[in-house]
Design a protein around this ligand. Structure first.
Ligand code: AMP
Ligand code: ZN
Length: 133
Protein backbone atom coordinates (compact mmCIF):
# COMPACT_ATOMS: atom_id res chain seq x y z
CA UNK A 1 0.00 0.00 0.00
CA UNK A 2 1.29 3.43 -1.02
CA UNK A 3 1.05 6.28 1.50
CA UNK A 4 -1.73 8.74 0.80
CA UNK A 5 -3.04 6.84 -2.20
CA UNK A 6 -6.82 7.04 -2.07
CA UNK A 7 -7.34 3.99 -4.28
CA UNK A 8 -4.97 1.91 -2.08
CA UNK A 9 -7.16 2.88 0.87
CA UNK A 10 -10.41 2.10 -0.95
CA UNK A 11 -9.15 -1.14 -2.51
CA UNK A 12 -7.94 -2.39 0.87
CA UNK A 13 -11.10 -1.39 2.72
CA UNK A 14 -9.68 1.51 4.75
CA UNK A 15 -12.10 3.93 3.11
CA UNK A 16 -15.59 2.62 2.34
CA UNK A 17 -16.86 2.52 -1.22
CA UNK A 18 -19.83 0.96 -3.00
CA UNK A 19 -18.28 -2.41 -3.76
CA UNK A 20 -19.63 -4.54 -6.61
CA UNK A 21 -17.03 -7.28 -6.34
CA UNK A 22 -14.01 -8.19 -4.24
CA UNK A 23 -11.41 -10.93 -4.22
CA UNK A 24 -7.85 -11.32 -2.92
CA UNK A 25 -6.37 -9.07 -5.60
CA UNK A 26 -9.09 -6.68 -6.72
CA UNK A 27 -11.97 -4.51 -5.59
CA UNK A 28 -14.54 -3.20 -8.07
CA UNK A 29 -16.38 -0.05 -6.99
CA UNK A 30 -18.85 2.44 -8.35
CA UNK A 31 -17.23 5.65 -9.58
CA UNK A 32 -18.21 8.61 -7.38
CA UNK A 33 -18.59 10.89 -10.39
CA UNK A 34 -20.12 8.49 -12.90
CA UNK A 35 -20.07 9.23 -16.62
CA UNK A 36 -23.15 7.03 -16.93
CA UNK A 37 -25.37 4.78 -14.84
CA UNK A 38 -23.22 1.86 -13.66
CA UNK A 39 -19.79 3.47 -14.22
CA UNK A 40 -17.47 1.20 -12.26
CA UNK A 41 -13.75 1.06 -11.49
CA UNK A 42 -11.59 -2.03 -11.20
CA UNK A 43 -8.86 -1.45 -8.61
CA UNK A 44 -5.98 -3.82 -7.92
CA UNK A 45 -5.31 -3.99 -4.17
CA UNK A 46 -1.55 -3.80 -4.69
CA UNK A 47 -0.40 -0.33 -5.71
CA UNK A 48 0.85 0.21 -9.25
CA UNK A 49 0.82 3.73 -10.60
CA UNK A 50 -0.17 2.83 -14.14
CA UNK A 51 -0.27 0.10 -16.78
CA UNK A 52 3.49 0.18 -17.24
CA UNK A 53 4.07 -0.62 -13.56
CA UNK A 54 1.39 -3.28 -13.38
CA UNK A 55 2.64 -6.90 -13.22
CA UNK A 56 1.66 -8.87 -16.34
CA UNK A 57 -0.33 -11.37 -14.33
CA UNK A 58 -2.42 -8.63 -12.71
CA UNK A 59 -2.97 -6.96 -16.08
CA UNK A 60 -4.31 -10.22 -17.49
CA UNK A 61 -6.58 -10.84 -14.54
CA UNK A 62 -7.88 -7.25 -14.65
CA UNK A 63 -9.05 -7.70 -18.25
CA UNK A 64 -10.75 -11.01 -17.46
CA UNK A 65 -12.49 -9.30 -14.54
CA UNK A 66 -13.48 -6.39 -16.79
CA UNK A 67 -15.18 -8.85 -19.14
CA UNK A 68 -17.12 -10.43 -16.28
CA UNK A 69 -18.24 -7.24 -14.52
CA UNK A 70 -18.99 -5.36 -17.74
CA UNK A 71 -21.20 -8.24 -18.83
CA UNK A 72 -23.19 -8.16 -15.59
CA UNK A 73 -23.60 -4.38 -15.80
CA UNK A 74 -24.60 -4.47 -19.46
CA UNK A 75 -27.20 -7.12 -18.97
CA UNK A 76 -28.48 -5.95 -15.58
CA UNK A 77 -28.78 -2.30 -16.57
CA UNK A 78 -29.89 -3.06 -20.13
CA UNK A 79 -27.04 -0.99 -21.51
CA UNK A 80 -26.48 -0.91 -25.26
CA UNK A 81 -22.66 -0.99 -25.03
CA UNK A 82 -19.74 -0.58 -22.65
CA UNK A 83 -16.50 1.39 -22.91
CA UNK A 84 -13.45 -0.01 -21.13
CA UNK A 85 -11.18 2.97 -20.54
CA UNK A 86 -7.78 3.13 -18.88
CA UNK A 87 -5.77 6.34 -18.55
CA UNK A 88 -2.01 6.54 -18.05
CA UNK A 89 -0.42 9.84 -17.16
CA UNK A 90 -1.83 13.32 -16.68
CA UNK A 91 -1.69 13.99 -20.41
CA UNK A 92 -3.99 11.02 -20.93
CA UNK A 93 -6.46 12.24 -18.33
CA UNK A 94 -5.28 10.17 -15.36
CA UNK A 95 -6.18 11.96 -12.14
CA UNK A 96 -5.70 9.17 -9.58
CA UNK A 97 -2.23 7.71 -9.84
CA UNK A 98 -3.19 4.14 -8.95
CA UNK A 99 -3.94 1.88 -11.93
CA UNK A 100 -7.65 1.44 -12.59
CA UNK A 101 -9.91 0.30 -15.39
CA UNK A 102 -13.10 2.26 -16.08
CA UNK A 103 -16.17 0.28 -17.12
CA UNK A 104 -18.63 2.75 -18.60
CA UNK A 105 -22.01 1.35 -19.64
CA UNK A 106 -23.35 3.13 -22.71
CA UNK A 107 -26.93 3.84 -23.65
CA UNK A 108 -28.31 4.80 -27.05
CA UNK A 109 -28.40 8.61 -27.22
CA UNK A 110 -26.45 9.15 -23.99
CA UNK A 111 -24.17 12.18 -23.85
CA UNK A 112 -20.99 10.45 -22.65
CA UNK A 113 -17.90 11.49 -24.58
CA UNK A 114 -15.16 8.93 -25.09
CA UNK A 115 -14.21 10.12 -28.50
CA UNK A 116 -11.72 11.87 -30.77
CA UNK A 117 -11.67 13.54 -34.14
CA UNK A 118 -10.02 11.29 -36.74
CA UNK A 119 -6.68 12.75 -37.82
CA UNK A 120 -4.24 11.79 -40.60
CA UNK A 121 -1.25 9.48 -40.68
CA UNK A 122 1.72 10.71 -42.70
CA UNK A 123 4.17 8.26 -44.32
CA UNK A 124 6.92 9.67 -42.13
CA UNK A 125 4.98 9.03 -38.94
CA UNK A 126 3.93 5.62 -40.11
CA UNK A 127 7.53 4.63 -40.83
CA UNK A 128 8.70 6.07 -37.52
CA UNK A 129 6.14 4.00 -35.64
CA UNK A 130 6.64 0.83 -37.67
CA UNK A 131 10.37 1.22 -36.97
CA UNK A 132 9.76 0.82 -33.24
CA UNK A 133 8.77 -2.82 -33.61
P1 AMP B 1 -8.88 8.84 -13.98
O1 AMP B 1 -9.19 10.21 -14.50
O2 AMP B 1 -8.79 7.79 -15.03
O3 AMP B 1 -7.68 8.86 -13.06
O4 AMP B 1 -10.15 8.42 -13.14
C1 AMP B 1 -10.33 8.67 -11.78
C2 AMP B 1 -11.76 8.35 -11.47
O5 AMP B 1 -11.88 8.12 -10.09
C3 AMP B 1 -12.76 9.46 -11.81
O6 AMP B 1 -13.76 8.94 -12.68
C4 AMP B 1 -13.34 9.86 -10.46
O7 AMP B 1 -14.70 10.17 -10.54
C5 AMP B 1 -13.09 8.62 -9.64
N1 AMP B 1 -12.93 8.82 -8.21
C6 AMP B 1 -12.10 9.69 -7.59
N2 AMP B 1 -12.19 9.54 -6.25
C7 AMP B 1 -13.07 8.55 -6.02
C8 AMP B 1 -13.59 7.93 -4.85
N3 AMP B 1 -13.22 8.32 -3.63
N4 AMP B 1 -14.51 6.95 -4.99
C9 AMP B 1 -14.91 6.55 -6.23
N5 AMP B 1 -14.44 7.09 -7.37
C10 AMP B 1 -13.55 8.08 -7.27
ZN1 ZN C 1 -2.40 3.05 -4.59
Amino acid sequence: MENNCIFCKIANGEIPAATLYEDKEFRVILDLGPASKGHALILPKKHAENLFELPDETAGKAMILAKKIAGILKEGLKADGVNVVQNNGEAAGQTVMHFHLHLIPRYENDTVQVTWKPGTLTDEEKNEILGLF
